[in-house]
Write a protein that binds this ligand. Structure first.
Ligand code: PPS
Length: 292
């Protein structure tokens, strides 16, 4: 499996791995439809959680078989992914028969295929505080054989601050999408921490953005199914069916918490991180919560 591990490359000024750039031309030419919904995130910010919620909101009532037999990564294709001996995410998205189509991307905003903007599609962006995002990404790279070798914790910690991660700098990503929100009214920018604090409230906000009005029972069903413990034991949501991941090293549904960074950062690392963070985030109105 180690032979699958890619190197980081510089791609149009963003650190990437070839698994997400090999299909670049086709992905850029992807034809979005006006009712497509793009779920955009920096890796490990809560993509699967929000994908699962949207999928349940749209199809949870009508398509029981979908929930019990199709893994979330097939229900919500990952647009730019291009792995050996698997359908590309772009082909998977093209083959979707649902309406709307739910499509996942980790692209920084400038890489998103232009048809999503031309078609004025709805976009849901999920952001997570940098410290927990870093920790989650570290464990993900340890267990996922199609991610670069993470190195030890302190190496990974430095690389994160330098933006040397697949999909580039967290700082550029969250800020790039935040700026886009000012220009594109159909972009719902949400936070992992808010979801942890009050999932029901965040589902309500999502529904109002999407123009959905589920019954109280439907909403409770969605919120219940999307609870961490339930998703963790649901083989259609927990990625246990994907062979490139080694759950013996770390599970995909790992902790699902705000503040786990405290059990990873040393005091010195925390100070270094905060100082660097202030510089990188000085010009933005975007605010994160590292604890709730
Ligand atoms: S990926 O690979 O980028 O698509 O990963 P992504 O889904 O964005 O992020 C994975 C992290 O989200 C946590 N997660 C959840 N937290 C709370 N509740 C629910 N239901 C939930 N589902 C996924 C998951 O555990 C990963 O975070 P960590 O901190 O590693 O546990």
């Amino acid at each position: 499996m180690d032979s699958l591990r890619p190197e980081l490359i510089d791609f149009h000024g963003v650190s990437m791995s070839h698994y997400f750039t090999d299909n670049w031309e086709n992905v850029q030419n992807f034809q979005a439809r006006p009712d497509d919904i793009l779920i955009a995130t920096y890796p490990k910010a809560g993509t699967t959680w929000v994908s699962y919620i949207l999928d349940m909101l749209y199809f949870g009532q009508t398509a029981n078989e979908r929930l019990t037999s199709i893994p979330i990564y097939d229900r919500v294709p990952f647009l730019e992914i291009c792995l050996p001996s698997m359908d590309t995410g772009k082909d998977q998205a093209d083959k979707l028969t649902t309406s709307p189509r739910l499509i996942k991307t980790h692209f920084p905003v400038q890489f998103v295929p232009k048809s999503f903007w031309e078609q004025n599609c709805r976009v849901v962006y999920v952001a997570r505080n940098a410290k927990d995002n870093l920790v989650s990404y570290y464990h993900f790279n340890r267990m996922n054989n199609v991610q670069p070798v993470p190195g030890d914790w302190s190496t990974f910690f430095q690389s994160f601050m330098e933006g040397k991660m697949v999909f580039g700098s967290w700082y550029d990503h969250v800020n790039g999408w935040w700026k886009k929100k000012q220009a594109h009214s159909k972009l719902h920018y949400m936070f992992y921490e808010d979801m942890i604090e009050d999932t029901g409230r965040e589902i309500d906000k999502l529904c109002s953005f999407l123009g959905l009005s589920p019954s109280v029972e439907e909403k409770e069903k969605v919120a219940g199914g999307a609870q961490f413990d339930n998703m963790k034991k649901n083989s259609m949501a927990n990625y246990s069916t994907l062979p490139v991941m080694d759950f013996k090293i770390s599970p995909f549904m790992r902790k699902g918490k705000v503040g786990d960074w405290k059990s990873h950062f040393t005091v010195a690392q925390n100070e270094e991180f905060d100082e660097d963070y202030k510089k990188k985030m000085k010009d933005t109105t975007l605010k994160f919560r590292n604890e709730i």
